[in-house]
Design a protein around this ligand. Structure first.
Ligand code: HEM
Length: 405
């Protein structure tokens, strides 16, 4: 069967989660695989197959016939200005064996044991950020807490000096204006500044190595043997810095918003903070920080839900839709902080499963109960329809989250 084409799908121009969820419900029941013209996911407008149901998304994310590097599917890579090319040599954009080689170099830093060791520092950072809000009657949770917490945690891990952290949050925001040619060109000055900063950081760690991940990667590059090329080194730091906080900020922001809109849930966390163990999984499912997977390319033809996907096609898994699939989750549109089992796909699946999942969970489990405990009367400082979402098709997060205490 040929997939139907839908015209009105553009999650980047977000008018509210509710509307998008209605579209997903319709897709899952009527047309579980569609073609859509997507803007902002890659340079130019690109047609892609979108997969909406949980079972199909979960299978596709693990399917070896879907690859990340276009030439591996016989497709030309999208045109990207030369300046960006080094950054494309990152694990999320590559297939094995390069993907596996790059992932192996850093995965020891993200094991649950190592992450547990970082929790003490994350807790202290959370407390300090909340202390700074003492006496205030209103604030923007994103700028004053949800962004600085993960920026601090990933910076400590990588070894980014304190004085540079504020700036790189802005630079990494530049990547997230989307990948349309226009967005790339608008972001050019910030991206150039970021690349120059990466060079300086690498030189600094080469000259004075410390006990941090960038120093370890610089040493791996110096060892040669194709362990890590110089472009791959920059690309690795860039993806860790950016993936390390741009998603976690959304877990905290979307998570708190969901709890304020479901006050029983907020009260349950306040009266029994240990509920956050299952609660954080449910918030990841209910308000997916990542809307859709990154782009994949069909190396061979495949059939999904009866629809033929020809070789060379672009494929995207709708993570936020899979997470609300009533075939997989009972009362999928309800927030149930005790939900178990809860096999959401918010961190993806298969070979590209999120490297930082343990880190993100650790931060979410600290942040959400901390915020609620500190402010027993927390309320939304605006009406839900006035909330501004970031104009990025792949991630789902608020520009600002005004709160009143
Ligand atoms: C709530 C927070 C987070 C969410 C929802 C999330 C989600 C995801 C998803 C869905 C993928 C797979 C994308 C795909 O297959 O197309 C992914 C990959 C990845 N994530 Fe995360 N992420 C989060 C936090 C983090 C953190 C804290 C880091 C830390 C550095 C991180 C690093 C990565 C990396 C490096 C990959 C690529 C892995 C690979 O290609 O093998 N993420 N993430």
């Amino acid at each position: 069967m040929i997939a139907p084409l839908i015209e009105d799908f553009n999650p980047g121009i977000r008018t509210g989660k509710a509307k998008l969820n209605d579209i997903y419900t319709r897709l899952r029941s009527e047309t579980p695989v569609v073609r859509a013209m997507l803007r902002g996911v890659a340079p130019g407008t690109s047609e892609a197959f979108l997969i909406a149901r949980y079972a199909d998304v979960s299978a596709a994310l693990k399917d070896q016939r879907l690859v990340k590097d276009p030439p591996n599917a016989g497709v030309e890579a999208p045109p990207v200005p030369a300046i960006f090319r080094p950054l494309l040599r990152n694990m999320l954009a590559l297939d094995d064996p390069d993907h596996a080689r790059l992932r192996r170099l850093v995965q020891v830093a993200f094991t649950p044991r190592r992450v547990e060791m970082m929790a003490t520092h994350a807790r202290a950072t959370s407390t300090a950020l909340l202390d700074r809000l003492h006496g205030r009657t209103s604030f923007d949770l994103i700028r004053e807490y949800a962004l600085p917490l993960p920026v601090t945690v990933i910076s400590e891990l990588l070894g980014v000096p304190q004085r540079d952290r504020r700036r790189f949050a802005r630079w990494s925001g530049a990547f997230l204006r989307g990948a349309s040619m226009r967005a790339l060109l608008t972001s050019l000055p910030d991206i150039l500044a970021f690349l120059q900063y990466l060079k300086r950081l690498i030189t600094m760690k080469r000259e004075a190595p410390q006990d941090d991940l960038v120093s370890a990667l610089v040493a791996a590059e110096a060892e040669g043997d194709e362990k890590l090329t110089s472009d791959e080194l920059s690309a690795m730091i860039a993806i860790l810095l950016s993936a390390g906080h741009e998603t976690t900020v959304n877990l905290i922001g979307n998570g708190i918003l969901s709890l304020l809109q479901n006050p029983d849930g907020a009260e349950a966390v306040r009266s029994n903070p240990s509920i956050i163990a299952t609660g954080v999984e449910e918030l990841l499912r209910y308000a997916s920080p990542v809307e859709m997977s990154t782009m994949r390319y069909a190396r061979e033809p495949l059939t999904v839900a009866g629809i033929e996907i020809p070789r060379g096609s672009r494929v995207i898994c709708l993570i936020a839709s899979a997470n609300r699939d009533e075939r997989q989750f009972v009362h999928a549109d309800q927030l149930d902080l005790l939900r178990s089992p809860n096999r959401h796909v918010s961190f993806g699946e298969g070979g590209h499963y999120c490297l930082g999942a343990s880190l993100a969970r650790m931060e979410g489990k600290i942040a959400i109960p901390d915020i609620l405990a500190r402010f027993p009367q927390l309320r939304l400082g605006t009406t839900p329809d006035r909330l501004r979402w970031r104009q990025n098709p792949v991630l789902t997060g608020l520009e600002r989250l005004p709160l009143v205490v």
